[in-house]
Design a protein around this ligand. Sequence first.
Ligand code: AMP
Ligand code: MG
Length: 503
Amino acid sequence: MAEIEEVVIHKSMRLHTLEELPFDNSYARLPDAFYAKLSPTPFSDPPYLVSFNSAAAALIDLDPEEAKRPEFAGVFGGSLLVPGMEPLAMLYSGHQFGVYVPQLGDGRAILLGEVRNERGERWDLQLKGAGLTPFSRDGDGRAVLRSTIREYLCSEAMHGLGIPTSRTLCIVGSDHQVYREQVETGAIVLRMAPSHIRFGTFEVFYYRKQHEQLKVLADYVIAHHYPHLIDAVDKYARFFDELVERTAKLIAQWQAVGWAHGVMNTDNMSILGITLDYGPFGFMDDYDPGFICNHSDHNGRYAFNQQPYIGLWNLSCLAQALLPLVTKEELKAALDCYTPLHQTRYSELMRLKLGLEDAQPEDESLVNDLLALMCQSQADYTNVFRALGDFQSLQGAQNEGIRDFFVDRGTFEKWAARYSNRLRKHRSSDADRRERMNRINPKYVLRNYLAQIAIEKAQEKEFSKIDRLLALLQNPYSEQPGMNDYAAPPPNWGKQLAVSCSS
Ligand code: AMP
Ligand code: MG
């Protein structure tokens, strides 16, 4: 039945040209205090298309053929507007590295408008790197090719992994020079999300004591993104309850794939509970619970294993900002649910990564002892879990391929014996388990060095590596013929690549 319906929808669907995109810009209808209306600033040099993602185009019913028109790079390179766009930069503030900054806002992002697709979904189209805005502070309003490629590939990789995230439609480049540690070329990534509202959007109105605007914002968020709560008497409290749950589960998903966000400031936290603002993020290669992917994060505030606590800390900041709308008791009760929700989801995901469908008391130590072994051996996080799909539970099986990841073979063998016992209690066959495990343990993730290779080629104007990586990462759980090299751990040069906020 589901299949038939899908075909009908597909047949009746009309794909749009750029000029036909149906915009309905609800954010632009909010009070002036919420944004600054302004147009993108064109590059000093002509824009050209670097990469196009047809999967994201499908979300707004945009005809993929449109990417071949020269106007495409104009529109998504910030030099051309099409009817219906009402560009604006959103206002917000936020806690950066624990310190409240009273005004941040889109310093280099410009919301072009919201497209409604045939399914009734609303997608923000946002340019990142489109020039100065009133919120640019000391920045130049630009993004560089390097950072746009990272955001483009990683958001699609996260989507491929099944993790809620913003999406990306395309990258438009230009020879326009941008000054960072060295001269680089500018680029713009077109980012899409049902909303770009952040925890910091609430914080700015709270700290400015503009409580009437805070209520307008909360009503807008509920009407557009939590519509099932519209008629609830305690709708603001329930919105926060749901966001606590979404955030707790999101962070568990990040951990399960070995991913760190890198800059979990409250202005980078989505009110939809999706992954937002890709900067100095990283997938771990060797397992290291204290992994710090952001080289500007000297104290490890946003280290891999700190993320669950920071998620709660950030939600507490949002709770503070909601005090004019929700009682302290209700907010506290919601926050109290965070840790159990996170732990339950994390344990469940890790258990599934070991191929265990039902929960047993011994599972937690089985997971933790494996992680401890991986840490001791600096074993590759992604590859160990993927290899465990091939684990043979038969008594006496050697499992050499997996044992070779570990330095201390004796300890691994003891762990393997416990794992075998645990698996034999389970009724499914090794083959069934392998199939299940391969659907949760990815073969391919966006390792820093893979992104770096694509970036260096792109800087020489060779863009095909980006497209190849995009296609690979959109299907991270499937074996892809001829692509084994992309599952390899980093070569020496790729182990300690520095990525930081300034990009
Ligand atoms: P981020 O660390 O990327 O989340 O950025 C934090 C704040 O700095 C946001 O308000 C950004 O819009 C702003 N920002 C970052 N980079 C730039 C830039 N190159 N030009 C202007 N504003 C920027
Ligand atoms: Mg940000």
